[in-house]
Design a protein around this ligand. Structure first.
Ligand SMILES: [Zn+2]
Length: 241
């Protein structure tokens, strides 16, 4: 079992930080009729999420499990949480097949992600509980107060979610914030298309929202767009040097 820690992100959003094989956050988003869960953690972590929800004031039923992308640390407990809560599982059309079991290696063109994703699938991803996406969302859709923004690259159909009322972007793995370093990808081989991922980072910065909350690492507060832009400029400069 992971060690779970509750962290308030904004008036409507609470993170549950799970420390298992590595740190990943899932998010509970308060809306009129209950809670939306953004991502679900590794398989077997459903107890931590369901226990955390118990401590929330009514209405505290999880109505939707919104999955940003198909990686095991984001979708692993989705089906167990959704069936315990009677919630609908939501994702983008492009990500749906991968969440439902198609190996992500098939979407990768470069050798490194093809290899890493194939090994990852063989070692763990294929053993995940079966997850069925019940509802598909697209760019611009608003669900439970969250606006969908396409953020492909890390995976083909990754989405980020903007909470306009609270001024927060849940950017999933479009932007990492590991070891005080914005943008550094801890496992580059897990990213299907690095160039496209870079474009999505730029898009997240262009949203103009100052409070950006990644799934891995602490939130980037205050000047997030400027810090992302300077990371991207630095990377481009290194590439052309
Ligand atoms: Zn990921």
């Amino acid at each position: 079992m992971p060690i779970a820690r509750i962290r308030k992100v904004s008036p409507s959003i609470t993170a549950i930080d799970m420390n298992g094989p590595f740190q990943v956050a899932v998010f509970l988003v308060r809306h009129e009729r209950g809670l939306a869960l953004v991502d679900a953690g590794f398989p077997g972590w459903h107890y931590a999420v369901l226990a955390a929800v118990e401590s929330f004031p009514w209405p505290n039923r999880i109505t939707h499990v919104i999955l940003t992308h198909a990686h095991a640390d984001h979708v692993g407990s989705a089906s167990q949480i959704a069936s315990a809560a009677g919630a609908e599982i939501v994702a983008s059309a492009a990500e749906k097949p991968f969440i439902e079991g198609v190996p992500l290696a098939r979407a990768a063109r470069d050798l490194l992600p093809r290899l890493v994703l194939r090994v990852n699938h063989f070692l763990g991803r294929r053993r995940l509980p079966v997850t069925r996406v019940g509802r598909v969302v697209a760019e611009g859709d608003v669900l439970c107060g969250l606006r969908v923004v396409a953020a492909p690259g890390h995976t083909p159909g990754q989405i980020a979610l903007v909470h306009d009322e609270d001024g927060v972007v849940l950017c999933a793995d479009a932007v990492f914030n590991f070891g005080q370093q914005i943008g550094h990808d801890p496992v580059p081989g897990m990213t299907v298309d690095a160039r496209q991922a870079e474009g999505s980072m730029a898009r997240i910065a262009e949203l103009g929202v100052d409070h950006i909350v990644p799934s891995h690492g602490p939130p980037i507060v205050g000047d997030a767009p400027a810090r992302i832009r300077s990371f991207l400029e630095g990377r481009r400069a290194r590439r052309s040097a």
